[in-house]
Design a protein around this ligand. Structure first.
Ligand SMILES: *Cc1c(COP(=O)(O)O)cnc(C)c1O
Length: 217
């Protein structure tokens, strides 16, 4: 199977309200260009340096999504061009994104990452922390960031019942916070192994890597 045929098969299986982020981390530019030539314009990367190198080399109508954990001191390297930052997990990081976005006279869209898995290693906020950030005066004063929704990763397991429970939990938080955050439009959940379940649970954005580009080392 080619990258193009993988991409087109997945793209045509998605409902029209679901956006596909092609997760291209570790893959060479030739592979991304194959997806680009097949019509893909949204790519997800998890390292800022790698994403910036690809941004410089590739066509400028691509939307670059940062899906990895972001260190505050590295925001400046992507502030000029990044189109959505999925993994925001603190007010401090939002404040830094705001500051760097201001330097480029733009508003950077972000998703707050919610901790829904059972694994210790995953990043993210719990419900209370989410509420504290969204309710804070500091957050409300930020002019150059817009929080447009939530992102989460389910536990890495074959247990479908557990994955479904975690996705439904994230969807319920999304619905709850959408009520008084009218800019909430995006619920980023689902990867190669679980995106169909994620869509059934209310995802509006799936992040798919290996099913498009093949396995990573
Ligand atoms: C790597 C990655 C993906 C894509 O994973 P696949 O299983 O290859 O589809 C999605 N989301 C995040 C946050 C990732 O780091």
């Amino acid at each position: 199977m080619s990258i193009k045929s993988n991409l087109l098969a997945i793209q045509s299986s998605l409902p029209s309200h679901v956006t596909l982020v092609a997760v291209s981390k570790t893959k060479p530019v030739v592979d991304l260009m194959e997806a680009y030539d097949a019509g893909q314009r949204i790519f997800g990367e998890n390292k800022i340096q790698e994403m910036s190198e690809k941004w410089e080399e590739m066509p400028k109508d691509i939307q670059w999504h940062m899906i990895g954990h972001v260190q505050t001191n590295k925001v400046k390297y992507m502030a000029e061009y990044v189109s959505l930052i999925h993994g925001v997990d603190s007010l401090k990081l939002l404040q830094e994104i705001d500051k760097q976005a201001q330097k480029h006279n733009r508003v950077i869209n972000c998703l707050l990452q919610v901790y829904i898995a059972e694994e210790e290693s995953k990043f993210g906020l719990d419900e209370k922390e989410l509420e504290e950030i969204l309710d804070s005066a500091e957050f409300k004063s930020l002019k150059n960031v817009e929080v447009v929704g939530l992102m989460g990763m389910a536990t890495f397991t074959d247990n479908k019942v557990q994955i479904e429970k975690e996705f439904k939990h994230l969807k319920s938080l999304f619905d709850k916070f959408s009520i008084y955050n009218s800019q909430f439009t995006t619920l980023s959940m689902g990867m190669s192994g679980d995106y169909k379940m994620a869509i059934d649970c209310g995802s509006t954005m799936v992040r798919i890597g290996s099913s498009i580009f093949g396995g990573r080392n």
